[in-house]
Write a protein that binds this ligand. Structure first.
Ligand SMILES: Cc1ncc(COP(=O)(O)O)c(C=O)c1O
Length: 474
């Protein structure tokens, strides 16, 4: 069988999967045991026709994919893929260049140059900042914080690239109490240790307060400050224009976790992120709000020399041509996927207007969903969306229910909503309580989805409340 026939088979399967996204159950419909039974063949001793491999793979995994690519998925913060970005991603695998060096993939290197420049323009960040396309925001944090570590220690006379961290001055990491777990992981990967993190208590609006930050800073102490744009539960955006000057006055490096929220800079919500451009580094994702397929994070760093010093490598067999972008100088990877194609395609497909519209639409739908849930008896709005994230809590029908029972009730309702099949939500914990998170971050979500999901949710919640056995008062 020629490769072409296999690709056509894959395209047919892909088209049929995408067509089914708006009607098929959004949650998985099979179990781990079932998937194991279907997939765990004995190690193949002989080969199989490639088209058959693909056909079988589709059958073997049927029901085991969450419909996060579609518009009825509101769990975690997982974007869908725009058609051109998905297609560009297929072509990226087809071309299969190693986007480590210009010499290994000239088009891949140039497309990254262009896409990186577009991203900085869209996000309103310094045009002379360097950037890297990484696997996701997690590795974008690692890239940015490696540059931060280099710069902070260089400023106190320590060459971390040469001498490592043994005997080095310690670095304090100051971050919001709501910072994402990927920050702690990046700090661990970089050898700073999670105990170097000072968690800042936030105000009721979940944002870091200037006086709290000021009180935590010690002049002359090597410090990294991490701020949120935005936090993953309620979309809280730290007041950058107040906080960053304070951190800078103490000589700190300021890093922004903008995994999804930084894209609000490309919309009418931009003023809410005023001052974010004053930071030293920014980590975000294309695979969240820009809606490229997964494996597309973005690191942007003001001090390009620190960035390069932290990442670059030289080896006799590398062929650096000069005057062109060698991605290996900026990313933590060696052999790597040519991520620029999907990012380039997504930005071209939407344009600046389309990106603004996507962000604004998602925010509007998040608000409609949150308000719609809050109008259902037995549902309480915990956090109205400030962007595209909201929290609701389901009130146990038994007014005497204790906190554990309340939490269990929330899990029960989330499970019932997901089993109903026409939408998918996930739980979270907020101020110690179990809640349901609503996240809208997919170009495919429509007003009709919102209306129909709310009708379905109302039915499910009414049924669950009707079935609940509430002890009668003695
Ligand atoms: C606020 C925030 N930061 C960082 C991350 C990590 O991003 P990634 O999964 O792309 O590594 C996430 C993921 O949801 C997030 O919401």
């Amino acid at each position: 069988m020629k490769p072409k026939s296999t690709l056509f088979r894959a395209a047919e399967h892909a088209a049929s999967y995408l067509d089914g996204l708006s009607t098929h159950p959004v949650g998985a419909t099979t179990t781990a045991d079932d998937l194991r039974q279907r997939l765990a063949l004995a190690l193949p001793e002989t080969g199989t026709d490639p088209a058959r491999v693909i056909d079988d793979l589709v059958e073997q995994t049927r029901g085991g994919h969450l419909g996060s690519a579609g518009g009825r998925f509101f769990a975690w913060v997982i974007g869908g893929a725009l058609p051109s970005a998905l297609a560009a991603d297929w072509l990226t695998s087809t071309w299969d260049n190693n986007a480590a060096l210009y010499a290994c993939g000239p088009a891949a290197a140039v497309v990254e140059e262009v896409a990186g420049s577009w991203v900085k323009q869209l996000l309103g960040l310094p045009m002379n900042a360097s950037f890297a396309f990484t696997t996701g925001c997690q590795m974008a944090h690692v890239t940015c914080l490696a540059a931060a570590r280099h710069s902070i220690l260089r400023d106190v006379g320590w060459d971390v690239e040469a001498d490592g961290l043994q005997g080095a001055p310690s670095i304090r990491v100051i971050a919001s109490e709501h910072c994402h777990g990927s920050i702690e992981r990046a700090v661990r990967f970089l050898g700073l240790g999670k105990n170097s993190i000072v968690a800042l208590a936030t105000g009721a609006d979940a944002r870091v307060r200037p006086d709290t930050l000021e009180a935590s800073l010690v002049k002359g102490e090597p410090t990294l400050v991490v701020l949120d744009a935005a936090d993953l539960n309620v979309g809280a955006i730290d007041p950058f224009d107040e906080l960053i000057p304070i951190a800078k006055a103490h000589g700190a490096w300021v890093h922004i976790d903008g995994a999804f929220g930084l894209w609000a800079r490309a919309s009418k919500h931009a003023p809410r992120l005023a001052g974010v451009e004053l930071a030293d580094s920014w980590a975000t994702d294309a695979h969240k709000w820009l809606n490229t397929p997964k494996d597309n994070g973005i690191a942007i760093i003001r001090d390009s020399s620190a960035h390069r010093a932290a990442m670059s490598v030289s080896a006799a067999y590398l062929s650096s041509l000069g005057g062109v972008r060698d991605q290996i100088d900026w990313t933590p990877d060696w052999t790597r996927r040519a991520r620029g194609f999907a990012i380039y395609a997504a930005i071209r497909e939407l344009g600046r207007d389309g990106i603004a519209d996507l962000v604004e639409r998602c925010c509007r739908f998040a608000e409609e969903l949150a308000n719609g849930f809050a109008s259902i008896p037995g549902v309480e709005l915990v956090a109205a969306p400030t962007l595209n994230q909201a929290l609701v809590r389901f009130i146990h029908p038994d007014p005497c229910a204790n906190v554990n029972e309340q939490d269990g009730w929330n899990d029960k309702i989330i499970d019932a909503l997901n089993r109903e099949g026409t939408a998918f939500f996930s739980g979270s914990r907020w101020t110690g309580l179990r809640v349901m998170r609503i996240s809208v971050v997919n170009w495919q979500t429509t007003s009709d989805d919102v209306v129909k999901r709310l009708e379905a949710a109302k039915r499910v919640i009414e049924t669950e409340r009707g079935n609940a056995i509430v002890p009668r008062p003695a």
